[in-house]
Design a protein around this ligand. Structure first.
Ligand SMILES: Nc1nc2c(ncn2[C@@H]2O[C@H](COP(=O)(O)OP(=O)(O)OP(=O)(O)O)[C@@H](O)[C@H]2O)c(=O)[nH]1
Ligand SMILES: [Mg+2]
Ligand SMILES: [Zn+2]
Length: 394
């Protein structure tokens, strides 16, 4: 496989610095992580990246190789702080068992709400640069579902900002979403395929839409080039072909794939844990279990971005607080009327907007502040314990 040189620039720019020589460079270690980690290095801790979390145990890639830690040591009360594949951690290498002292602040996090009744967020992947939303061409396209994934992906900036800590994630960039249309070999008619690509492009302004096939290799080199920079996560329904795609990039069967070819999104989930994989062609890929649904979680920013044309139209409404229902001079309703804005798209926008408002209202400011205080207190306790331990050793 060959890659355009531009896609490799983020790595080659590190080549002269110390981070590139670091044993964790292949896992995404860079100068910024090194700077973030410096205080922990001073305490004799080693950095590590969480490559897998499975019930009570997590595997962490460290300069000394992959170690495992008991998550009992690292499970906080706050679900947003539960250790997740993709996290960078400070590991106590002398501990028995080795355990995680702290997680470094997340650059990005893909978070969904666990259920509509509760206000808890579930973190699916952290510190990702690209979010590949995998959509199978073997089944009918569900545009609303893609819009939902995109809204969450576009709200993935600064995992700590999601805790309500405005200072932590302010101004940070979200991960870049792309839509990967898998099993393109099942749509042999080029004209039909290009229409399907366009359908997605229309609902995903500014987002790359890439048809791929693990069966024929179509689009694989382009996808490999995209994911060769930084960390990428594969998200989507069960049976979409995520693990097959991961294996294709790895060049060998690392992930187990579903045996039956014809069942998409039905039956048993083949992948059950989130796995971080180092790609031979560069970059890091996180394969995840199939998702039945993703509830929005504080995704207001993302909803606005996904439906940016509706937000633009609303600027032209006569009343600035127009809710686009029956107001005179409503530019949005006029666009629906003349066919420029599909009714389906507007309904989807309203549905996601309302769902997000409900979830934000539930996770009220007081709860968020509590979560934050609790975490800061624990952090301070951890540091104090560390100081005490170091004091004894000296
Ligand atoms: N025709 C065709 N079938 C594919 C392609 N990629 C994957 N499949 C088939 O789709 C089925 C599901 O693939 P998996 O890779 O296990 O899907 P997954 O998204 O990882 O599923 P979960 O782990 O359950 O989330 C398997 O039977 C694959 O052989 C493709 O490019 N073309
Ligand atoms: Mg899988
Ligand atoms: Zn209006």
């Amino acid at each position: 496989m060959s890659f355009p040189s531009s896609s490799l620039s983020s790595f080659s720019s590190l080549s002269s610095s110390s981070a590139a020589a670091h044993p964790l460079a292949a896992y995404g270690w860079d100068d910024d992580w090194a700077a973030e980690f410096a205080p922990y290095a001073a305490q004799g801790l080693v950095p590590g990246r969480v490559v897998r979390v499975d019930r009570g145990r997590c595997d962490i890639a460290t300069p000394q190789g992959t170690v495992w830690a008991d998550t009992a040591f690292v499970v906080p009360r706050d679900p947003m702080r539960i250790i997740c594949t993709g996290d960078w951690a400070a590991v106590d290498a002398d501990g028995d068992p080795r355990f995680v002292r702290t997680l470094l602040p997340r650059r990005t996090a893909f978070v969904r709400s666990t259920s509509s009744k509760r206000s808890e967020g579930q973190v699916l992947a952290t510190n990702v640069d690209h979010i590949a939303i995998c959509v199978s061409l073997a089944v009918e396209l569900d545009l609303g579902r893609v819009e939902r994934f995109l809204a969450l992906a576009m709200s993935s900036a600064g995992g700590d900002a999601l805790l309500g800590d405005a200072a932590a994630g302010a101004g940070e960039r979200a991960a870049e979403p792309l839509v990967v249309l898998t099993k393109a070999d099942l749509v042999p008619d080029a004209a039909v395929l290009s229409h399907l690509v366009q359908d997605i492009e229309h609902i995903a302004p500014g987002v790359q839409v890439l048809p791929v096939s693990s069966a024929t290799g179509e689009g694989i080199d382009v996808f490999a080039a995209i994911v060769s920079g930084g960390t990428s996560v594969l998200l989507g329904a069960s049976g979409a072909g995520k693990s097959t795609l991961a294996n294709t990039l790895l060049g060998r069967e690392v992930m187990e794939v579903q045996a039956a070819r014809d069942v998409d999104g039905k039956g048993r989930h083949t992948t059950t844990t989130r796995n971080l994989l180092v790609l031979p062609s560069g970059g890091v890929l996180i394969d995840t279990p199939g998702l039945r649904g993703v509830g929005l979680w504080d995704a207001g920013v993302g909803v606005e971005q996904v439906f940016s044309e509706i937000e633009d139209l609303a600027e032209g409404c006569r009343f600035h607080d127009c809710v686009h229902e029956a107001e005179p001079g409503c530019a949005v309703l006029a666009a629906i009327e003349d066919g420029t804005l599909p009714q389906r798209r507007f309904d989807s926008y309203r549905k996601l907007l309302r769902e997000n408002e409900r979830i934000v209202a539930k996770t009220d400011a007081r709860v968020r502040a509590e979560i934050r205080r609790d975490w800061k207190r624990k952090g301070a306790e951890g540091r104090a314990a560390m100081e005490a331990k170091r004091g004894r050793i000296r």
